[in-house]
Structure formats: C-alpha cells, structure tokens
Design a protein around this ligand. Structure first.
Ligand code: IMO
Ligand code: MG
Length: 329
C-alpha cells in the first residue's frame, strides 16, 4: 500500500485541484480520496481545455480513477448530485468511479440553513460547521443511512485493505491557515486540514510516501477577519490574480506570502514536494515581496524571489516546483 497526500499550506485556494489533476495523469494511482471538508471547497480544474469547478468530488474522476469522498469529509447529497450532473454535462464519465465512504457524515438542509445565518466567521454558508458539530455531538447522520446515496456507498476498509494493492492520492481541502487546531481560531474551518487528517481516512501512517505542499506566490483569505493591509496594491493583486471565491464568488483579501506560515506548514505537514503556484501573477504586477518576521523582503524580479525561496529551503530534502497560473500542468 502506498499513499501520497496533497495539502494546502496557506488559507485555501492555492491550486490543490490543479496539482491533483496533474498527479493523476501519471496513471499510477488506484484511488483519489478527499480527506476533509465539504462543499465549502472550490477546486478549479482545467481538463482538455474546459474549466470545471468541483466541491465534493475528487479530481481523480477526470482520469477515470476511483474517486472517493472519505469519512473525514462531510457531504451534502444535494450538492453531490448537482456536481455529478455538472460533470456529466461537461462530458466526464462518472459511472462506477465515484463513491462516498459509508461512515462519512451528511450535511443536511437544516445545516445549510443554520450556516446561512453566520455573520461571525464569514463561512461559505455550505453547512460545514453545523455538520461537523453534529457529528462530534453524536447527533449526525452517516451517508450509509441516506436512501438516495445507496448506489455510491463504499466500505473504505474493504476497499483499501483487501487483496488488491492500492496507491492512494489524498486530495485535501481548505488549508493550513484554516485548520481547526493550527489556524487563526475562530477564523478557521471546522475540519483538520493537515497531512495528519489524511491518515484518519483509513490508511496507516507507514503507507505515506510523499506529502505535496501547495502554496501560492502570495496569500489570499476569504472571511470576516481583516487580512488585507490598507494599500491599493493588494486590490490590484486581486484583479490581476482573479482572486474571487470559486464557491461563493466573494473577493479574496490579499497579502504577500508570509514565509513563517509556509515554514510552519512545511514542518507540521512533513512536506516532501512543494509547489508555488501563480508565480506569473507577481510578474504581471511587477512586484515580488515576501514577509518574514516583521520584515518584508523585496526582490527586483522573479528569479531573485525564487533564489531566496530555494536558499531558505536549502537544508531540507524537498523538491520545489514553481508554476504559473496559465500553466495547465
Ligand atoms: P478550498 O478547498 C478558501 C474559509 C471560509 C471561512 C472559513 C470557514 O477551495 O481551498 P466554512 O464554510 O469552512 O465554515 O468557512 O474557511 N474557507 C475557504 N477558503 N478555500 C476553501 O476551500 C475554503 N473553505 C472554507 O471562507 O473564512
Ligand atoms: Mg478554492
């Protein structure tokens, strides 16, 4: 058994979907499993020149790989069926490859309604928090109990620990800065967003080989706390980077990359492979800045910024990749 994990090192929206889609291309994975979160996620994926936004369904579906919503997630049947329909309409083959673990908890309409009234955290209003609360209060409903979902239910233990050799890619949602324990509480999501969360989905720790950390060349955050400094450059960054929520359409608050956060996330997640996405957006902006401690480090071009990052990571055994927004890897 082998498993690799994809984890977001910032506040979500770092391009996890793109990395999952890229890694699936190798044809080496037998399963792609979403390990946390619900339809609060919005993963933008370009497949054969078409744009797709997924919320629940792992990106393995684009390559016909068995794609499973794991028990670390919460699932909204309404959103699940809507997404299935969208994929089918988009010409993606979904039959027999999309499953939900039987012990995954359900987001009900009343969870959505309750979350819809949130004004404290600035949630995505997708019912995520109330669904996890009920799961832990032992008042929740598992997917196996929902009649409409029967066709999609799978026992993840039987699936992963049977006779067949499995090679799992774990697709994360949200990000380290939104993690319920390591994020800036209470401005966090209600699930675990670290590599540790992946192994809660039925895989022993020894099976893990690679942890793909995904970061962006700058930071974005959506929610109620003030995040973006008062400087018009960040409004320009939002424009240039098209930083609007894939799930809610809200404008994302922007800031320069915080190296301390990236470093902390690398350490806690045990990152072995690291991707910095959207490097070309800074190029369009003509500014390259990284925050470290109370300082901001400014670079006169992308090359110097990359060199600085590589120097910071020199002592570690990490494969570093830089990617542009338009690179459809
Ligand atoms: P992906 O997987 C960015 C944010 C919300 C809010 C906080 C709590 O696309 O990276 P929630 O609805 O989870 O209770 O909201 O978390 N948030 C995300 N921000 N990307 C996401 O997912 C997010 N999922 C939740 O904006 O601040
Ligand atoms: Mg997103």
């Amino acid at each position: 058994m082998n498993a690799d994990i994809i984890v977001d090192l910032q506040y979500g929206d770092c391009g996890k979907g793109k990395v999952t889609h890229h890694l699936c291309k190798s044809g080496e994975y037998t399963h792609v499993i979403r390990y946390n979160g619900g339809c609060n996620a919005g993963h933008t994926i370009y497949h054969n020149g078409e744009k797709y936004v997924t919320h629940h369904i792992p990106a393995g579906v684009f390559y016909g790989i068995k794609s499973i919503i794991g028990p670390g997630c919460v699932v909204s049947p309404t959103q699940f069926f809507k997404e299935l329909e969208e994929l089918k309409e988009g010409g993606i083959e979904t039959a027999g490859i999309i499953y939900i673990a039987k012990n995954t908890h359900v987001i009900t309409d009343s969870h959505m309604e309750e979350d819809g009234k949130d004004s404290k955290i600035g949630t995505t209003k997708r019912g995520n928090g109330p669904a996890y609360r009920d799961k832990y209060a032992r008042n929740g409903v598992r997917a196996e109990k929902v009649p409409e979902l029967q066709e999609y239910i799978i026992d993840l233990y039987d699936e992963l620990h049977g006779d067949k050799d499995v090679n799992v890619l774990f697709e994360g949602a949200q990000g380290f800065g939104l993690d319920i324990d390591w994020g800036d509480y209470p401005y966090v999501t209600s699930s675990h967003c670290t590599a540790g969360a992946a192994i809660l989905n039925g895989i022993p720790p020894q099976a893990i080989s690679k942890v793909w950390g995904v970061a962006k060349a700058y930071e974005t955050y959506v929610g109620r706390k003030k995040f973006q400094p008062d400087d018009d450059i960040f409004n320009m960054l939002r424009q240039v980077g098209s930083e609007y929520g894939a799930t809610t359409g809200r404008p994302r608050q922007c800031n320069w990359m915080n190296w301390d956060l990236v470093e902390k996330a690398i350490n806690i997640n045990g990152v072995t492979d690291l991707v910095f996405n959207k490097m070309d957006i800074l190029d369009k902006l003509g500014k390259w800045v990284i925050r470290k401690g109370n300082q901001t480090v400014q670079f006169s071009n992308e090359g110097y910024m990359k060199d600085w990052i590589l120097t910071m990571l020199e002592a570690r055994d990490i494969n570093v990749h830089f990617s542009g927004d338009k690179e459809r890897i």
